[in-house]
Write a new protein. Structure first.
Length: 881
């Protein structure tokens, strides 16, 4: 085997092992495998909250020997962290001994420290023995271990998680338990609850060390998209002391910072004269107040200026990455805040269903046994006679199974309610026999126990079991009952363990209405690569250049992952993402990751739930869905078009909506917004175009196939569609960097009936090639300068000569003289060009060079830039162009 293949296979195996088995938490219980195994080992040792603590060396040894193959050196630090109240919002380990401190001191050796489970951890392990979760063999196959804990406690959100895997990392902050419980209850009561409503309940992280989260925009973006960076600031105030003297008192520090390290860093900055105005640093922390740093100021020092210096240079202000990455069904996935809540509720529903099914089966089994004992008690003399006269246990069992008890006797023994249940289960009969299970239960009793059976005691237990069985069946009868039980558990959890928020979020949660109101409106350039990497970049990054330039690097790409989609939109717009499978996903533009212009982008599959092999076909930005006169016109590679009311795409679904029903081998290629009276122009790779009224395509539902828009020649395919503007021009660009623009011209009335639903035989087939203009740069006054209106379904007319020099047509766009366009190549080069530099010319021409393309590269997309974002056309290109 070649070493390259071996390295690739081995590294992939290693990467998946780290991702799944070590570094990332499970979204259901919020634990990494090492943490889960420690808790399971402690549960095996019966270290409940009321038990005596045992040495951590014993816990680490049992965890290593039974479950975790990576040694005690990694187990003990994990155990220690789960016991540190400055790292965990609610500790999972109840500690005794030196487990370190917020000052940064290390924990004592495991032979000196002791631990047991905390009440919260005990709740995570409840119901573990009730078949609530699956088990797998341990590393040496001598034991089994749970793949996840039942966990009534939403550990992932409350305690957070952090870890670095291979090629990915997770960083989930802690939250307030009471707020998370209320958010879960709100989601149960209304599954369609908005992110704004959830963020009114949970305004942000609640770190165990307190502090202040500065700003809400980054916080909201992170909770919506699963990725962002927030700023944490220590809590500090100014006190007066002495005569005209001030001091800064720090009482809370940013999460994951240590008190002594902050003190040392501030002292270093003061000594280096980077922070001015501090005369003395004193640590007044104690057990009652773990953080109290005193910074005495010089007489002439301004406290606000010193605080600003501290926040700028010292760890009193830090950044915290929000990366909501967790394992969902064994696979790493970026989640929104709402997604994490939904996954926890889904897990609890599975646990409660499995637990109830297990308890129901156990209750039914015990009820069946009790019915046999009650029958034996009612017929005690005959039962004793059979047992005494039998020569063996097997003979006694066989004879007991043949014993028939009259229905009247059973009714007296079981009571009317119990007998009615028996008849429902076994049918109505005059006599009933004992089952082998019941016979075994009778034979397991000694003669003395059999004689001393108490009818009232057995009958009372039987009635209790009937009530339990009824309750279990009621719970399992509907999802609403299971959700009600989850809700009750959450209310109880909040009442028992909820506490006050420690971290302040700057900005009032009451300000949250529409998320777009909190996001600055700006024009963005959005790019999507062939492999599905997406990013948005401020449009003003791309300065205008003269026609024929090479452009700037707009994305870091390689030959295997060229840019395929480029468009300009406002951060407040709704983005409709159409896929090759005919589905549409909707999201706000500000939910996309904002990156530098030369960045590769982030995988779109982490933002949208694509199916295997599903890719982006086109994107369309819309301001809203309210206008009933707006329609979405879709076009496929085979020339089919379909018109649907835009309001039908208002609904936002995680797995997308059906946009068009595609025929075998077809793909969606373009989408435009139309209104009554509009005309459409369709263009093909071989330079053909057709113009027809949008009314030729009647409105259809989402789950329909559409009708023929243009009849394609052999080997041809549709590449684009635009709305015709009589006052504008059609810019057609080819893959080799050549293109042209030609006036649309006024539409001309068309006669005759509209084509049939299939748009085939009824379509008007116009000439394939216009006779006008063989001049490669003929001007716009030539007879082929405009696009006349036809009926849909025809072959169309010649738009541009797709010669070897030009290559195939890749895109068309409607532009005016004062517009600018962004052109991007497959390798990520982007050029911004003033449209007026491309002079209008005839239709059936070859055009001119509009962008210089490197060998092996090719134009991939062209989009117009809104006038508000345009810059001076004669701005010189930057030095790196």
């Amino acid at each position: 085997m070649p070493i390259e293949q071996e390295l690739k296979d081995s590294y992939l195996t290693y990467a998946m092992s780290v991702i799944v088995s070590r570094a990332l938490p499970d979204v259901r219980d919020g634990l990494k495998p090492s943490q889960r195994r420690i808790l399971v080992a402690m549960n095996d040792l019966n270290l409940s909250p009321g038990a005596s603590r045992v040495k951590c060396a014993k816990i680490s040894g049992d965890t290593s020997g039974n479950y975790h193959p990576h040694g005690e050196s990694v187990i003990y630090p994990t155990l220690v962290r789960m016991a540190q109240e400055w790292n965990m919002r609610h500790v999972l380990i109840d500690k005794q001994g030196n487990f370190g401190s917020i000052a940064g001191l290390p924990a004592a050796a495991m032979r000196y420290t002791e631990a047991r489970l905390s009440p919260i951890a005990s709740m995570m392990l409840d119901d573990l023995g009730l078949d609530t979760v699956d088990y797998v063999p341990s590393y040496d196959e001598r034991n089994t271990e749970p793949v996840v804990l039942p966990s009534r406690f939403p550990n992932l959100l409350v305690n957070g998680a952090g870890g670095i895997a291979v090629g990915m990392a997770t960083s989930i902050p802690p939250h307030n338990l009471a707020e998370v419980c209320r958010a879960l209850v709100a989601l149960i009561d209304n599954p369609a609850v908005s992110m704004g409503e959830l963020l009114q309940i949970v305004p942000g992280p609640d770190f165990p060390t307190g502090g202040i989260v500065m700003g809400r925009e980054a916080l909201i973006r992170g909770y919506m998209t699963g990725r962002s960076t927030i700023t944490l600031r220590a809590r500090a105030h100014v006190e007066e002391f002495g005569k005209n003297r001030n001091r800064i008192v720090v009482t809370e520090i940013p999460y994951q910072q240590t008190r002594d390290a902050i003190e040392e860093k501030i002292a270093e900055l003061v000594n280096d004269d980077r922070i001015k105005g501090i005369s003395a640093i004193r640590n007044e922390s104690d057990l009652k107040e773990p953080v109290r740093l005193i910074l005495e100021l010089k007489r002439d020092a301004d406290p606000d200026v010193v605080l600003n210096q501290l926040y700028q240079f010292s760890p009193l202000q830090t950044s915290f990455s929000l990366i909501f990455l967790a394992l969902v069904d064994g696979k790493p996935r970026i989640l929104s805040f709402k997604n994490m809540l939904e996954e926890f509720l889904r897990h609890r529903a599975v646990v409660i269903r499995r637990r109830t099914q297990h308890l129901l089966a156990r209750a039914r089994s015990r009820k069946h046994t009790l019915e046999g004992l009650l029958v034996a008690l009612a017929n005690i003399d005959e039962v004793i006679r059979i047992i005494r006269s039998s020569k063996s246990q097997a003979e006694a069992k066989e004879r007991l199974c043949q014993l028939q008890a009259p229905a009247a006797l059973l009714e007296r023994a079981l009571g009317p309610e119990g007998f009615a249940v028996l008849q429902e289960e076994r049918g109505v009969a005059e006599t009933y026999g004992l089952s082998p299970v019941q016979a075994d239960a009778i034979l397991r009793l000694t003669l003395g126990q059999l004689v001393n059976l108490e009818h009232e005691k057995l009958g009372g237990e039987h009635r209790e079991l009937l009530a339990k069985i009824g309750e279990f069946r009621r719970i399992l009868s509907s999802e609403a009952n299971i959700k009600a039980l989850i809700r009750a558990e959450l209310v109880e959890l909040e009442a028992k363990h909820g506490d006050e928020r420690r971290t302040e979020i700057s900005g009032e949660a009451g300000d949250i209405r529409d998320m777009a109101e909190l996001i600055t409106e700006a024009t963005m350039v959005v790019t999507i690569s062939r492999a599905g990497y997406v990013k948005r970049t401020a449009a003003d990054v791309y300065r205008a250049q003269r026609r024929g330039g090479k452009g700037l690097t707009g994305a870091r790409t390689d030959e295997e992952d060229p840019i395929e989609h480029l468009f300009v939109a406002s951060t407040h717009d709704w983005l409709l993402v159409f896929t090759t499978l005919g589905k549409v996903f909707s999201m706000r533009v500000f939910e996309l990751p904002e990156l530098a212009r030369d960045a590769k982008g982030r995988a779109l599959v982490n933002l949208l739930e694509f199916e295997q092999g599903e890719k982006v076909a086109d994107c369309r930005a819309v301001g809203g869905f309210e206008d009933p006169n707006q329609f979405l016109m879709l076009a496929t590679r085979s020339g089919v078009v379909k018109k649907t009311a835009l309001e039908q795409y208002r609904r936002r679904r995680t797995k997308g909506l059906i946009a068009v029903k595609l025929r075998d081998g077809d793909e969606l290629v373009d989408a435009v917004i139309t209104k009554p009276g509009d005309e459409l122009v369709l263009s093909t790779a071989k330079g053909m175009a057709i113009r027809f009224p949008e009314s030729d395509a009647r409105p259809m539902g989402r789950d329909t196939s559409g009708v023929r828009g243009i009849k394609l020649g052999a080997g041809d395919r549709l590449v684009g569609m635009v709305v015709a503007d009589p006052d504008a021009t059609l810019l057609t660009v080819c893959e080799n960097g050549y293109g042209k623009r030609t006036p649309f011209g006024a539409g001309t009335p068309v006669s005759g009936p509209a084509p049939g639903e299939e748009g085939d035989e009824a379509a008007v087939e116009t000439e394939a090639v216009d006779a006008a203009g063989d001049d490669p740069e003929g001007d716009a006054s030539s007879s082929g300068a405009k696009y006349r209106t036809q009926r849909r379904g025809g072959k169309g007319i010649r738009d541009i000569k797709a010669t070897a020099r030009n290559g195939s047509v890749v895109s068309i766009v409607s532009v005016r003289d004062d517009d600018q366009v962004l052109m991007m190549t497959a390798r990520g080069k982007i050029q911004r060009v003033n449209v007026h530099e491309i002079r209008p010319m005839g239709r059936n021409t070859q055009g001119v060079r509009i962008m210089r393309v490197d060998d092996g590269d090719g134009l991939a997309a062209v989009v117009p830039v809104p006038p508000s974002e345009q810059e001076e056309a004669d701005a010189p290109p930057p030095a790196d162009a």
